[in-house]
Design a protein around this ligand. Structure first.
Ligand code: 5RP
Length: 218
């Protein structure tokens, strides 16, 4: 099976986590897009969705799925989203698509976070994938210097602005031994909006698409 076929299969498996009559959270990226497309067929079962990006909101609306603002809903039963890397502890690196801040907000607002990924995303230790960090534009150089102090090599994502009007530094070669501690350290750097480590609020369930079927880690 190709990587895309594995992404589609795992996205379809996540449809089983949908709770009837609820508002669900929707992530961003190609795996999340397969989930949105699968959701279209059962859209009558849900009240609607909160999206983690403008792109996902547009895709949902294109399928006729009602999209709500997070501030207008009482809560989200389940959040379904992909990842760039995932460990067996369900710690993640996210933000390859640049939507990390809204993804982290929707994940925080959700009772259950179901992460969907093809098996290539499972790693022993996070950090081969450069860690995306969303930064207030005027703090770009300041934050980049702090990233160097942490042992990373920050690279500005050229020509990219987040949905929140900020820039992304992709930080290479970080030694991520303690994802929870590093996430907190980075959160405390002035000018950082969010970093792409999802360790303080990890996934609750990790569904992996493999050629042998769907593997569930929880
Ligand atoms: C977007 C993300 C995505 O979940 C991540 O980049 C994985 O993307 P894909 O499903 O296309 O492999 O964090 O900000």
């Amino acid at each position: 099976m190709s990587q895309d076929e594995l992404k589609r299969a795992v996205a379809e498996a996540a449809l089983d986590y949908i709770q009837v009559g609820e508002v669900i959270g929707i992530g961003t990226g190609s795996t999340a897009n397969y989930f949105i497309d699968g959701l279209a067929a059962i859209k009558h079962k849900i009240e609607g969705a909160v999206a983690s990006s403008v792109a996902s909101a547009e895709r949902l609306k294109g399928h006729g799925i009602p999209v709500f603002e997070l501030n207008d809903v009482a809560g989200i039963s389940v959040y379904v989203d992909g990842a760039d890397e995932a460990t067996r502890h369900l710690h993640l690196i996210k933000g390859g698509g640049g939507a990390l801040t809204r993804e982290k907000i929707v994940a925080a607002a959700s009772r259950k976070f179901v992460c969907i990924a093809d098996e290539s995303k499972l790693v022993g230790r996070l950090g081969k994938f450069p860690l995306p960090v969303e930064v207030i534009p005027m703090a770009r150089s300041l934050v980049a210097r702090e990233m160097v102090k942490l042992g990373g090599e920050p690279v500005l994502r050229e020509g990219f602005t987040t949905d929140n009007g900020n820039v992304i530094l992709d930080v290479h070669n970080l030694d991520i031994l303690d994802p929870v501690a590093l996430e907190e350290t980075m959160n405390n750097i002035t000018g950082v909006v969010t970093n792409g480590l999802f360790a303080r609020r990890p996934a609750d369930v990790l569904l992996l698409g493999t050629p042998g079927g769907i593997q569930t880690l929880e």
